[in-house]
Design a protein around this ligand. Sequence first.
Ligand code: AMP
Ligand code: MG
Length: 293
Amino acid sequence: MKTLREFVKPFRIDDGAGFRLKDFDPADTNALKSKEHAAEILEDGIARLAELQDKLYAQDQWAVLVILQGMDGAGKDSTVKHVMSGVNPMGCSAIGFKVPSEEELQHDYLWRTTRFLPARGSIGIFNRSYYEEVLVVRVHPEALEREKLPKELVTDKIWQERYEDINAHELYLSHNGIVILKFFLNLSQKEQKKRFLKRLDEPEKNWKFQLSDVQERQYWDDYMSAYEKMVRNTSTGHAPWHVVPADHKWFAHVVVAETIIDALEKLDLDYPKLDAERRAELKKARAFLEHEK
Ligand code: AMP
Ligand code: MG
């Protein structure tokens, strides 16, 4: 039996050169054959994640930034809900990025996400991110027009410039102790249709449904091309993309959980060691409590 680490490795892209989306099957479940087995692994993973997060928080040095991207219905929300279900909310933040507001459009595009970067000791989740700037904005030129950029800066090099700027930004963050893990939840068009129909059928899911989500399906190929170029151009050793098969939510959750665990384990986290002075202080505190009337 492969270890979980080996098992999630094929989805990690450290160097995007030559990446082709068609080599990645959205319905892949690797060696994992059943939902039940996945549930067991996830349960165990959630407990390990909680322990690691406790140390991350106590050590107060590293931060972890988890970026989730994917088409509507790919399971970004449910991944956050399931994978992070055991972590202490004190050491965790999650934020979703929508169509930019008027205020956000008054600034450079990294402004709105930078404000929500995780603090030391914590895990921050971006549900969508600055990557929308090379995805939806690339697919819909009118979104770029709304960004009020000086005309001479909008050239056919803009996407390449954005990849370079994003890579530089992520390198800077990594030099500052922020570990970046990026997940593209790779959903098939067929499975998206099934999930949309479910959103229409089930009253508790109706709120999630927007007509525009369905209309976006006509741009599917443009989106896939934008995703492919994004992975090719922004997969680096310090901020790899993980192309997660997302047609089976239970499998996607295991891959995301194990990837985060693996990254935390590599940090060699531990509780801060006490120096002699601190130990003497604790001794005094104990004596104080024991002599209390
Ligand atoms: P949802 O994630 O379903 O709440 O939808 C959020 C919507 O905001 C999606 O349609 C995104 O494409 C859109 N969105 C997010 N970031 C941007 C951006 N920078 N520019 C334009 N649209 C965006
Ligand atoms: Mg939506």
